[in-house]
Design a protein around this ligand. Structure first.
Ligand code: EPZ
Length: 418
């Protein structure tokens, strides 16, 4: 297992890259396949650790799963266990999508509390609210989420206190099994919400309004397996766009959905970066000085919190002062200490980082403190002359498919070692 991503930076990225399937959609679709009465085939899955982790969990539960060249075939007919072990689920956030899918299939589920990146408190009260509103009895004593169908299991009105991605997906996954109509109000609208709804619809579910504030579901219909292709990864696309601009390169990204990228594109244009798109292709070019920006992370279609970290890395060398406010996760500035080690001038006041652009960063040994902090370290290392060793690569491998190879194809000197 590699321990370091070594990058010799200072070279503009140039050429073509192909975006992989969406991690955050993949981790919802794989558990969703448990709801089918027959096998599902999910295509364009990224070759990342989170996908392998879910594959192992599904096999342990009794599913027959194969995964080759981005295609996973899941036959859930042998699933008899409802209680995946802690060691398997604690590594990732999305393991709690097994709660509604196992309860839907088997009547009950016992899933240890989810793990995932340490970027804030990450409560699950809205998921519990969604599931209990639909007539599942839920308790979380002893660090295990236990959910069980009651005679009241059925559709209902669910009002989320905030548009939580996890709560929206969990409630949708429960609602497709719950007889009657469910309305999820104040639903999250991220691209992976829509993708999850589309996959469930392809399995026979009736879902309207995904991608808007209210999702309407007619539950209790029989669901069958389906063949489905995952959408491109919005955050990988954004990370590569930022890396292209940060190195003053010229990169053409294929297999993207440009509309998912509008909030980032707007910020890059404001910084003086050229961004053009046509069909599923985005081209990013930059040269000369970058202008500073003010940005606030927001739920989709606002600027995504997952791109706050790599964009901040790029802003460390912008020509002036940038103000970055993180509105989604309270603990998503831990990585700035690593950027400071490279010479960045960043001060954090509560939820706002004030980034005073410096002429250049210097290469250093740095640590990825979570997945998107890893993206920030990659961007910083790529735009810095000299060799930077990034540790904590297990986070990067959780979410970025063969990022070393992709960067090498763009002319960077990047490789996993150790
Ligand atoms: C998803 O996390 C993503 N993870 C995250 O991606 C992403 O950063 C986040 O959405 C925001 O877009 C997956 O899709 C697997 P939330 P999730 O529930 O579902 C509060 C990455 O790097 N909240 O939308 O955990 C919560 O504290 C990862 O790829 C509650 O208060 O995010 C946070 O402030 C990291 N109660 C906000 O809502 C709840 O019950 C958004 O959380 C749920 C959430």
């Amino acid at each position: 297992m590699s321990e370091i991503l070594r990058i010799r930076g200072g070279v503009p990225l140039n050429g073509d890259a192909y975006v992989s399937g969406s991690k955050n959609a993949a981790v919802a679709l794989i558990p969703a396949a448990l709801l089918g009465s027959s096998p599902s085939t999910i295509e364009n899955l990224p070759d990342i650790d989170d996908v392998y982790c879910l594959m192992r969990i599904l096999r342990w539960l009794g599913a027959d799963v194969t995964f080759e060249r981005g295609v996973m075939r899941i036959d859930p007919s042998g699933v008899t266990r409802n209680n995946p072990p802690y060691e398997m689920v604690s590594r990732m956030r999305a393991s709690y999508y097994l709660v509604p899918t196992l309860a839907g299939r088997l009547g009950s589920a016992e899933v240890p509390m989810p793990g995932g990146c340490d970027i804030g408190n990450r409560p699950i009260d809205q998921t519990i609210k969604g599931l209990t509103s639909l007539g599942l009895r839920v308790n979380t004593e002893g660090g295990i989420i236990r959910a069980e169908k009651t005679p009241a299991f059925g559709g209902n009105e669910v009002f989320l206190a905030m548009p939580s991605v996890g709560a929206t997906i969990n409630t949708m996954l429960a609602a497709v099994s719950a007889p009657g109509k469910t309305y999820i109000h104040n639903a999250a609208k991220e691209p992976h919400i829509v993708d999850t709804a589309n996959f469930l619809s392809s399995m026979g579910a009736r879902i309207k309004g995904a991608g808007t504030d209210v999702i309407r579901i007619t539950g209790g219909l029989p669901l069958h397996g389906s063949t489905y292709t995952v959408i491109p990864d919005q955050i990988e696309t954004g990370t590569l766009m930022i890396a292209a601009a940060a190195t003053r390169g010229d990169v053409t990204l294929h297999g993207t959905i440009p509309t998912h990228m509008e909030s980032l594109t707007a910020k890059l244009l404001e910084m003086g970066v050229y961004v053009t798109d046509e069909d599923d292709v985005i081209r990013v070019r930059a040269s000369g000085n970058l202008r500073p920006v003010t940005l606030r992370t927001q739920v989709y279609p606002g600027f995504p919190t997952d791109l706050q970290q790599p964009l901040t890395a790029m802003l460390t060398v912008a020509w002036g002062t940038s103000y970055i406010t993180e509105n989604i996760f309270e603990n998503r500035f831990r990585y700035v200490d690593e950027l400071r080690r490279m010479g960045a001038d960043i001060k954090v006041f509560d939820r706002t980082a004030v980034v005073q652009g410096v002429e250049k960063l210097h290469a250093s040994s740095i640590t990825a403190t979570d997945l998107r902090a890893g993206a920030a370290m990659i961007v910083a290392a790529l735009m810095t002359e000299g060799t930077s060793d990034i540790s904590g690569v297990q986070y990067i491998m959780r979410g970025y498919e063969h990022i070393d190879e992709k960067l090498r194809r763009l002319g960077a000197d990047a490789r996993y070692i150790g």
